[in-house]
Each structure stands twice: as structure tokens, then as C-alpha cells.
Ligand binder design. Structure first.
Ligand code: C2E
Ligand code: MG
Ligand code: MG
Ligand code: MG
Length: 292
């Protein structure tokens, strides 16, 4: 019996590894077609000003509806797209689509907001990010200050000559820059001096625990203080309840994003969310001025 179990366990393990490797390769192959087959789409997660409650931004999040597997998480397919280089054409398509979407929303009555796009390290190493951003802005007519690029700490640490040049050209265009998942990367923060970023996005792993964990609260407070001392904004990701939001407000966090407010939404649902938010927040403002 033990022998049989052992053999089964081995076989199970063996098959699983094989299947995972195979799935990776299959996904990479299928990703080459995903864009032209229109299986990729974009959802937008609201970002709110914590003090006024107003929607001030939208983070674009990529989605893949696979014909047989259903929805596949970007956490799984982005690495595959980076491995086969497809991340470059996909990112360029996304950048253009997001800029056009922002302008379409304006025509539908939405107040101006910042659209944020996640960047891949490969866009910094290969491809011409600056030219693509320039083109996307020109084609759509979106003002540069309403586009934000989300970078990661590791991007800012590699080959700093080239990165520095790209960053300064992007800043010259007028686009906003933020550092995603801040606090999870490197403890060397010298790049904050060198690169003129606009915002730190506090990683959700710290945000989640602040109502219960003093260490997380200390880390979050430190990042907010750090951001403000560099004249940057701080946004908390992964805000799931109002207890967390209350603490963030008391700690002077500027913006919030999380399931507490909304998950990532299709463009139409985002428009509805945003329009009703505009109505309620202007009512709150009227109420406040009526009282004083
Ligand atoms: P990220 O940029 O840090 O995005 C935040 C992730 O947290 C999103 O997952 C979002 O749906 C999720 N999230 C937001 N609020 C909450 C919350 O309150 N609770 C919890 N548990 N999760 C929350 P998603 O959409 O699965 O994206 C995962 C990652 O995939 C992103 O992390 C980003 O690194 C990457 N990604 C997504 N779209 C793109 C893209 O267009 N290009 C590139 N290069 N990467 C992308
Ligand atoms: Mg992001
Ligand atoms: Mg993040
Ligand atoms: Mg993340």
C-alpha cells in the first residue's frame, strides 16, 4: 500500500510539473493570437481622493478572456507575455486604447481624471516607450498630465543611464509617474532623489493589515511621510473596508483604491460609477457650504 501511494504521489507530482510547464508554453503561444483575436480587454479601477471622496483616477488593468480556460489573471499571463515579447505590442495597444477611452468618457460627461497604465520592465529595455506615449497622446488628444505611468522599483534600479534618459523625456512630455507596489522592492531609495516621480502607491500587503497590525501601520505611516517629504502623493492600494480608510485618512494618505470602493470595472460601468460619484460628492460639497 505504501509503495503504491509512493508511486502515485510521484506520478502526481511528475504530471503536475509537466502540466504546469506545458500550460506556460501553451499560454505563450496562444498569447500571440490573443490580441488580434480580440480576447484581451481592459477594466478600470477607480482611485478616490480620500478627503473629498471624489474619483480622481482610473487604473487600467488588462484582462484575457481565453476561449476555453475563461478569464486568466494578469498575474499569470503578464509574465508569459514578457517571456515571449508580446508584452510590447500588447502594452502599445493598451496605451492607445486607454487614452482614447479617457477622451470618450469626457464626451460622455465625465469630469477629467487621470488614467494610470502599468508599465513592464521590457518596455524600458526594448521598444520605444517615449515614442509610443507621444503617439498615443497625439492620436487621442489626451492632455499629457492626465496620463500616469506606473513603474516598479526594480525598473528604476536597472541600467540607470538609459532609464534616467527615458524618465526625463517622459517628464518633459508632462506625463505623471508613480511607483507601484512601493515598499516591496528595494530598501535603497536613492532613486527618489534622481527621478522626479509624482506618486507612491503603497503596496496592498501593508495596507490590508493596518487596522490590526501595528507593524503594517508603522510601515504605511512611514511611506506616507516619505512621500510628503519629497512632495509626492501617496495612494493606498487594496483598501477593503472603512476601518482601513479611516486610519489612512488620519495618517494623511491622499488617495485610495480598493474593493471597499469598487473593483476593476468595464468602461460603461466605470462611467456610471464616476457620474454618480460626481453627483454625490457635489451634493456633499453643497451640503457643507450650506451649513457654514
Ligand atoms: P497592480 O498594478 O498592483 O494592480 C493591483 C491589483 O490589485 C489588481 O489585480 C487589482 O484588481 C487588485 N486589487 C485592487 N483592489 C483590491 C482590493 O481591495 N483587494 C484585493 N485583494 N485586490 C485588489 P489584477 O488586475 O489581477 O492585476 C495584477 C497585476 O497584474 C497588477 O498589479 C499589475 O502588476 C499586473 N498588470 C495588470 N494589468 C497590466 C498591464 O496592462 N500591464 C502590465 N505590465 N501589468 C499589468
Ligand atoms: Mg498597478
Ligand atoms: Mg500595485
Ligand atoms: Mg501588485
Amino acid at each position: 500500500k505504501a509503495k503504491e501511494d509512493g508511486r502515485n504521489t510521484y506520478r502526481f507530482y511528475h504530471n503536475t510539473m509537466g502540466e504546469q510547464g506545458l500550460r506556460r508554453l501553451t499560454l505563450q503561444t496562444e498569447l500571440r493570437q490573443a490580441l488580434v483575436k480580440q480576447q484581451l480587454f481592459i477594466q478600470y479601477q477607480p482611485q478616490l481622493d480620500l478627503r473629498t471622496g471624489r474619483v480622481v483616477g482610473a487604473e487600467a488593468l488588462l484582462r484575457w478572456r481565453h476561449p476555453t480556460e475563461g478569464l486568466i489573471s494578469p498575474a499569470e499571463f503578464i509574465p508569459a507575455a514578457e517571456a515571449n515579447g508580446m508584452i510590447i505590442p500588447i502594452s502599445n495597444w493598451l496605451l492607445r486604447t486607454v487614452c482614447q477611452q479617457a477622451m470618450a468618457w469626457r464626451k460622455q460627461g465625465m469630469a477629467p481624471l487621470v488614467v494610470a497604465v502599468n508599465c513592464s520592465a521590457l518596455q524600458f529595455r526594448q521598444g520605444d516607450l517615449v515614442a509610443e506615449v507621444t503617439q498615443a497622446l497625439a492620436d487621442s488628444g489626451l492632455p499629457a498630465h492626465l496620463l500616469e505611468l506606473e513603474l516598479t522599483e526594480s525598473m528604476l534600479l536597472q541600467d540607470s543611464e538609459r532609464v534616467m534618459q527615458i524618465i526625463s523625456r517622459l517628464k518633459a512630455l508632462g506625463v505623471k509617474l508613480s511607483i507601484d507596489d512601493f515598499g516591496t522592492g528595494y530598501s535603497n531609495m536613492a532613486y527618489l532623489k534622481r527621478f522626479a516621480v509624482d506618486k507612491l502607491k503603497i503596496d496592498q500587503s501593508f495596507v490590508k493589515g493596518i487596522a490590526r497590525n501595528a507593524d503594517d501601520e508603522a510601515i504605511v505611516q512611514s511611506i506616507i511621510t516619505l512621500a510628503h517629504s519629497f512632495n509626492l502623493k501617496a495612494i493606498a492600494e487594496g483598501v477593503e473596508d472603512y476601518a482601513t480608510a479611516d486610519i489612512l485618512l488620519a495618517r494623511s494618505c491622499d488617495e485610495v483604491q480598493g474593493y471597499c470602493y469598487a473593483k476593476a470595472l468595464d468602461p460603461d460601468a466605470f462611467l456610471d460609477f464616476s457620474l454618480s460619484n460626481q453627483k454625490t460628492t457635489s451634493q456633499v460639497v453643497q451640503l457643507k457650504s450650506g451649513q457654514s
